[in-house]
Design a protein around this ligand. Structure first.
Ligand code: ZN
Length: 271
């Protein structure tokens, strides 16, 4: 990475962060003014406790991203784009290189999402994301911080192995964040538009189905940005979103923030 691009990156950082914050504010306003689905009548957690928990977890996820996932990406990228490991050559910085990196990073997000569903300890971490009994953009970054740290470290290995330029990963992460807000959001949009978008990217209609309390839908629709991977690996859910359908984890009510953070480490045989 050249000194010029570092300086340019730092000086435009407030603009980029401002754009992401504005996008989040738009999703929040949109789903409150034009919601797609009504909120549940009697959720296990009050609206204030839920919102406080989701936003605090969201901030902690961003902190863990900055402290663990980003350094893993920077280190992986810096070592891979130097000397012997710089196997991709000059084309890696161009549009073709970005397209390949985008596909690899999105495939990693798909596979990681499958892993956190299929491996018991990882599911315990991911389960706190699924325990929310309603979906809106505030749960786009409601994750256990340890899940983000583990995923970030593992992805650093991919960045290293594939010799990805840092700019490619950062741009993908900004898109991933926007998509996390979008796919969890409760925004109402024309059905035709959502169906058209659903040929390419993950829409709320698809991702809400993943958050149903019942299988097989919970173990389907793993995609993060592109819906290509669910089609390719035959994990695309057949059933569509039904407004008012039950969301969350069967027999596991949502919890306040403190309880959510320790829940993965609790011995459930005591229950
Ligand atoms: Zn999931």
């Amino acid at each position: 990475m050249s000194l010029k691009s570092i300086v340019l990156g730092v000086t435009t950082l407030p603009l980029k962060v401002g754009a992401l914050v504005t996008a989040f504010a738009i999703f929040l306003a949109w789903e409150r003014i034009w919601p797609a689905a009504p909120r549940p009548q009697a959720p296990s957690l009050g609206a204030t406790a839920r919102l406080a928990g989701n936003l605090t977890l969201g901030v902690s996820v961003i902190v863990v991203y900055l402290l663990v996932a980003l350094p893993a990406t920077v280190i992986g990228s810096a070592h891979a784009t130097r000397g012997f490991f710089d196997w991709r050559g000059a084309w890696a910085g161009g549009p073709l290189g970005f397209a390949i990196d985008f596909l690899l990073l999105d495939l990693f997000a798909y596979l990681w999402h499958r892993a956190v569903h299929e491996l018991e300890f990882l599911w315990r971490l991911h389960e706190i994301h699924h325990r929310d009994e309603f979906l809106d953009s505030t749960i786009g970054v409601r994750f256990h911080p340890l899940e983000i740290a583990l995923g970030g470290l593992l992805r650093g290995c991919l960045v290293f192995g594939a010799a990805m330029p840092l700019e490619h990963v950062l741009l993908f992460d900004a898109i991933l964040l926007l998509m996390a807000w979008f796919s969890h959001s409760n925004i109402r949009m024309p059905a035709r538009l959502e169906a058209a978008l659903g040929w390419v990217i993950v829409t709320p209609e698809m991702h809400w189905t993943h958050h149903r309390t019942t299988k097989p839908e919970t173990d389907q629709n793993y995609g993060a940005v592109l819906c290509l991977w669910d089609r390719l690996f035959r994990t695309r859910a057949r059933r569509k979103r039904r407004l008012g359908m039950e969301l969350g984890v069967k027999s596991e009510p949502d919890l306040p923030l403190g309880a959510l953070l320790v829940e993965p480490f609790r011995n459930r045989r005591d229950d």
